[in-house]
Design a protein around this ligand. Structure first.
Ligand SMILES: Cc1cc2nc3c(=O)[nH]c(=O)nc-3n(C[C@H](O)[C@H](O)[C@H](O)COP(=O)(O)OP(=O)(O)OC[C@H]3O[C@@H](n4cnc5c(N)ncnc54)[C@H](O)[C@@H]3O)c2cc1C
Length: 519
């Protein structure tokens, strides 16, 4: 550390902390980032998850949608994403045969698949109209996320269509979905976007599922979820390079233990392997969660957050063959492969988990990164046809894994087995037969519960967004101009827990930097 005082000290070197650091350093401010882990990136990283295996997996977050082009351009980042040819595939068994729904970039292929599944065009037309409405909202809402926080009325005017506003902002998603679609599987595919990292029934009155849905369909003004070339780590490495090149100092292995702020000056206390220290700052930007911020200030925290997902990383020697012979596994796994995610299955899994039981048929979605971007694998693995596989399980709330390390381990193993069994039901060969082995001869598969994520990444209750997602407009008087402000004038949130945070977006990092630069 070269100075004793900085214009801005940033607590946490997750991607949002790095975005804030890069903007502030480029504007000529002195910036210090303190990150507790031995690496930057938070939940947006690439890692060699299996010993002796040359594969750098996006270990936690894996697809990019919410990252505005503007941030890449402003910061001059060399980072690319790739479009997926297939948006989703959902296998099922109907009328005694294995079939499925393929949502392709080519609308004719999608129409054909709807016809094959349902025997008519009705659901496809309903789908087109529904996602047309979502695209209308996306085009109007997405650009506002990097502007000062609008009032609700102002955003409603920008959306400019009361029917569309009501669909996404006021009516519980489950109600809209049930009214719009007749088919249980189609309903489920739509509903899942409201349940990513969000433990909710379809009809929750507080509309947390609607907020989650909104963030999943507005990214980039299109709602596309793209593949980060080189994995998520390529993005955060580019960010760290940009921040350093602009003069920011980034110290890993430095855990912030307290913040003392009076509105104009602040003292930040930290610990590292050599002991403890303090550094002064004009502004403190907090990339850690709102719960962590409260603890650092010695104040009562917000309502505890809870995550609800199982994350599984795998390396396969080959993709498994599907029971549905009409779809090539290379297409099916390139998109989001939904398992046990019909509307009724999702509701049943929620009810079981809410009653304190692991779901008997756990819903999940699976996706293969290396089909779109083999650069995450070493040349030898690519030549031998190896593939990555990521699984994101829903309705697995942290409460089901509490009770100590052994309880977490036991519940993790049971849920993993049940989840893979649901996937196996659609495969010609069990997934276990396709798993690669690491240098120790162990299968290349790792699973993380919300309790694991809380431990590894300090995500409160394992919540992947730090807390439930917020509406992208002002919902109370005290939210400040950018939605990043706190009760202390010189302490700002710059991470996923800010208003309009959550996901790999860089938006709260950008907004916190704008709040500082606007002063
Ligand atoms: C399993 C999983 C899958 C996901 N999938 C996707 C996806 O595909 N697409 C997507 O858009 N989003 C996804 N997300 C969500 C997304 O990854 C997060 O919302 C996003 O990474 C949050 O970024 P952040 O920089 O705000 O916070 P974080 O990534 O949480 O970073 C916060 C940083 O602060 C550090 N820190 C905490 N406390 C302290 C302290 N006291 N002192 C110093 N440092 C501290 C942490 O170590 C961490 O590095 C996923 C998340 C998870 C966990």
């Amino acid at each position: 550390m070269r100075r004793e005082r900085y214009d801005a000290v940033i607590v946490g070197g997750g991607h949002n902390g790095l975005v804030a650091a890069a903007y502030l350093a480029r504007a000529g401010r002195s910036v210090l980032v303190l990150e507790r882990l031995g690496r930057t990136g938070g939940a947006a990283v690439s890692a060699p998850a299996f010993p002796g295996v040359d594969a750098r997996l996006s270990r936690y977050s894996y697809l990019v949608s919410l990252l505005p082009r503007k941030i890449l351009d402003d910061l001059g980042l060399r980072f690319a994403v790739r479009k997926r040819p297939v948006s989703s595939y959902t296998p099922t068994r109907r009328g005694g045969r294995d079939t499925g729904l393929l949502v392709h970039r080519d609308p004719d292929r999608t129409r054909e698949s709807f016809w094959r599944l349902t025997g008519s065009d009705a659901e496809f037309e309903a789908w087109r109209a529904f996602y047309g409405a979502a695209a209308h909202a996306a085009e109007r809402v997405f650009p506002t996320l990097t502007e000062p926080l609008p009032e609700e009325d102002e955003l409603r005017r920008r959306v400019g269509d009361d029917r569309i506003w009501d669909m996404f902002f006021t009516t519980p998603l489950g109600e809209t979905v049930e009214r719009t679609f007749a088919d249980d599987l189609v309903r489920g595919v739509v509903l899942t976007d409201g349940l990513i990292g969000t433990f909710s029934p379809a009809g929750a009155e507080d509309l947390r599922q609607n907020r989650c849905f909104l963030y999943h369909v507005i990214g980039g003004g299109t709602g596309d979820w793209d593949v980060p070339v080189g994995g998520m780590g390529a993005f955060t490495d580019a960010l760290a390079d940009a921040a350093r090149a602009a003069g920011a100092e980034i110290l890993t292995g430095h855990e912030v233990s307290g913040i003392d702020a009076d509105g104009t000056r602040a003292e930040v206390a930290y610990a590292n392997e050599d002991g403890t220290g303090t550094v002064e700052a004009r502004h403190v930007l907090v990339n850690a969660s709102p719960e962590a911020l409260a603890a650092l200030l010695g104040e009562p925290g917000p309502e505890p957050a809870e995550g609800a997902q199982l994350k599984v990383n795998m390396l396969l020697e080959r993709l498994p063959r599907l029971r549905d012979r009409e779809v090539d596994p290379r297409e099916a796994f390139a998109g989001t492969f939904h398992v046990s995610e019909t509307f009724e299955q999702l509701e049943a899994a929620y009810a079981e988990a809410a009653a304190g039981r692991l779901p008997a048929a756990p819903p999940s979605e699976v996706y293969c990164h290396s089909l779109s971007d083999p650069s995450v694998l070493g040349e030898d693995l690519v030549r031998r046809g190896y593939q990555t596989l990521t699984l994101f399980g829903l309705h697995a709330p942290a409460r089901l894994f509490r009770g100590g390390a052994a309880a977490n381990r036991e519940a993790r193993a049971r849920l993993l087995d049940a989840t893979i069994a649901q996937l196996d039901a659609h495969l010609e060969e069990p997934l276990a037969d396709c798993l690669a082995e690491d240098a120790n001869g162990d299968p290349c598969i790792e699973a993380k519960t919300p309790v694991d994520l809380e431990h590894d990444l300090r995500l409160p209750g394992g919540n992947i967004f730090h807390r439930d997602l917020s509406w992208p407009f002002r919902t109370g008087g005290a939210q400040g101009r950018w939605g990043v402000e706190t009760a202390r004038a010189n302490v700002l949130l710059c991470g996923a827990g800010a208003v309009r945070g959550g996901g790999v977006s860089g938006i709260p990092g950008h907004n916190a930097a704008m709040a500082v630069l606007g002063r």
